[in-house]
Design a protein around this ligand. Structure first.
Ligand code: ASP
Length: 590
């Protein structure tokens, strides 16, 4: 039975230093490790500040209890801080110069043997994510996870501090709302009180933040949860967090400028690094041409080029297709070994991007290696002027598709080959996005960002005759190959907003039905406004050099969008369903 009364903590475990030697302290925490000898028990006692060694000699009145203690037991320890003997000082531990000689040990609560090896990082590395998430509250006891969660807090705090200091106001906007699409499917919540009707969980606060500008708020931010019911993809969460920002009477330079300042503040505050601003600006077209993607990793070179005419004989592009090549220098002494990895990744990325026509050519081991054979490989190496240790990946297909496949591969290879150095952070703005792109399935123009993004004023006359050439007043912030923020200057004119909605295929009725409230508001003195949303999960993950955003979310969903810990999604209790008779759900009667 757990104790409810126990000696209360006077000091934190992880903060004890030599200056405390001689003091009596009471610690409250968990036993990370316990070693029992005939005449001595050693425990590592942990709380949220760290661990300290506790020693219980046989002559201590605490000895008999200490012998009962097991791993992850919750204990109170009363004892005296003393200096460790010279030969037992542990320089690896912040508290390694001291230990606590226990006079009293109280077991506050016991622990069953843990189902996951949280104190052995090499075993944890082989523990499946499903199992880690099933036992997330134990997984979060690991130092690295606790560090991630605290770091995330520090990032949010720094951003709040910065924007507060600039006169921004944090406003909470509804989660239960009318649909505010950002190009994904909504999560729907049935309304018990209004049969047949649903709320949508907001995909972002987009329209509400625009309404706040119309309301005259001027500068807004919010740490907002966003909900999007999309198909599972490697690193997607059905709910994620944005640091959402909107401002009135601004240009895109103003928005980019304040975000740069915010990043500078954040880097100083939480990373202790001085960040150079302004960041480099790259047009979308240049980013795709050079790096294949609108989120290039700029920590290393390796550019793409188009060589359709020269390379076509070897790869056979169809009419209207291009042949593009990515050249990368294999670093280090053992290019042969790295080539194996490259070959595997090329195959994976091309298959994932549905590119059928591709090849690699590598200048390694004094010759050329290529899946097209020696002769073709030599020719291609000559055409591309490959030098020793370089590998080229060639792909044929539609320009954007090929570029994207090679661009994603470039980012991934940069990391895998160590060309992109962890601990280095290179930001850039991608600007001059097209306002529309063509939907592959329907052939209809769809917004590249969202339909509330303003076109470049000088491009407005081109909207009718050449909509795909119209550029948007949109900007994405990329960091080390990831998009960490995206935003735009918005449309503040009803007529133009209706025109854009019509261009993406909405009838007058549909517009009013979906966005009537926004269109109406635009007629009551809407100021020019714009903003941006920082993807907090991704930003924190990149700063910590974690590949997956799940490592920086306390309770994420697994890749299949379920929560192994709580079992969500689950069947609702029968009585809830009975209150929704119009929702024709098939449910078992109990
Ligand atoms: N609402 C947008 C998004 O979620 C961000 C923005 O345009 O400010 O991507």
């Amino acid at each position: 039975m757990a104790l409810f009364k126990y000696p209360k903590r006077t000091h934190y475990c992880g903060l004890l230093r030599k200056g405390r030697v001689g003091s009596e302290v009471v610690l409250n925490g968990w036993v990370s490790r316990v070693r029992k000898f005939g005449r001595l028990v050693f425990m590592l006692v942990r709380d949220e500040t760290g661990v300290v060694q506790v020693v219980v000699p046989a002559k201590s009145p605490a000895f008999s209890v200490a012998k009962e203690v097991g791993p992850e037991y919750v204990v109170a320890v009363r004892g005296v801080v003393r200096a460790r003997p010279e030969n037992q000082v542990n320089p690896e531990m912040p508290t390694g110069e001291v230990e606590v000689a226990a006079e009293e040990v109280v077991i506050i609560n016991e622990s069953k043997p843990l189902p996951i090896p949280i104190h052995d990082e090499s075993l944890m590395a082989t523990t499946s994510e499903q199992v880690r998430l099933r036992w997330r509250y134990l997984d979060l006891r690991r130092e690295v996870m606790a560090r991630n969660i605290r770091f995330r807090h520090a990032v949010v705090k720094a951003l709040r501090e910065f924007f507060d200091s600039k006169g921004f106001v944090e406003v909470e906007t509804p989660y239960l709302a009318r649909s505010t699409p950002e190009g994904a499917r909504d999560f729907l919540v049935p309304s018990r009180l209004h049969p047949g009707k649903f709320y949508a969980l907001t995909q972002s606060p987009q329209l509400f933040k625009q309404l706040l500008m119309i309301a005259g708020l001027g500068k807004y931010y919010q740490v907002a949860r966003c909900f999007r019911d999309e198909d599972p993809r490697a690193d997607r969460q059905p709910e994620f967090t944005q640091f959402d920002i909107e401002m009135s009477f601004v240009t895109r330079e103003d928005v980019m400028g304040i975000v740069e300042e915010a990043m500078k503040y954040l880097f100083k505050k939480v990373m202790g690094k001085d960040l150079e601003i302004p960041f480099r600006r790259i047009s979308w077209a240049e980013a795709v041409e050079k790096y294949g993607t609108d989120k290039p990793d700029l920590r290393f070179g390796a550019a793409l080029r188009t060589a359709t005419d020269e390379l076509n004989p070897y790869i056979g592009a169809d009419e209207g297709e291009v042949v593009r090549a990515l050249t990368i220098q294999l670093p280090g002494e053992k290019p042969g070994k790295q080539l194996k990895l490259v070959k595997r990744m090329v195959k994976d990325f091309m298959e994932a991007n549905k590119i059928g026509k591709y090849a690699y050519v590598a200048c390694v081991g004094g010759g050329t290696a290529s899946n097209l054979g020696g002769e073709a490989g030599k020719e291609i190496a000559r055409i591309l002027s490959l030098t020793k240790g370089e590998v080229a990946i060639i792909a044929a297909g539609p320009y954007l598709k090929v570029s994207e496949a090679l661009g994603d591969l470039r980012n991934a290879l940069g990391r895998a080959l160590g060309l992109a150095k962890p601990g280095e952070y290179v930001f850039a703005w991608v600007i001059d996005f097209p306002l529309f792109e063509l939907d592959e399935e329907t052939g209809q123009p769809v917004p590249h960002h969202h339909p509330f993004t303003s076109p470049m004023p000088e491009d407005i006359p081109k909207l009718d005759e050449n909509p795909l050439s119209v550029k948007a007043q949109a900007y994405d912030l990329v960091l080390n190959g990831y998009e960490v923020a995206g935003g735009s200057i918005r449309i503040h004119d009803r007529e133009l907003q209706e025109r854009i909605l019509a261009m993406i295929g909405l009838s007058k009725e549909e517009m009013v039905e979906r966005y009537g409230f926004l269109l109406e508001a635009l007629e009551y003195g809407a100021p020019p406004h714009g903003g941006i949303a920082i993807g907090l999960d991704r930003l924190v993950a990149v700063l910590l050099n974690e590949e997956s955003i799940r490592e920086v979310i306390a309770f994420p969903k697994n890749k299949d969008m379920t929560d192994p810990l709580t079992g969500a999604p689950s069947k609702p209790p029968e009585e809830y369903l009975k209150d929704l008779p119009w929702l024709k759900v098939e449910h078992e009667t109990t």
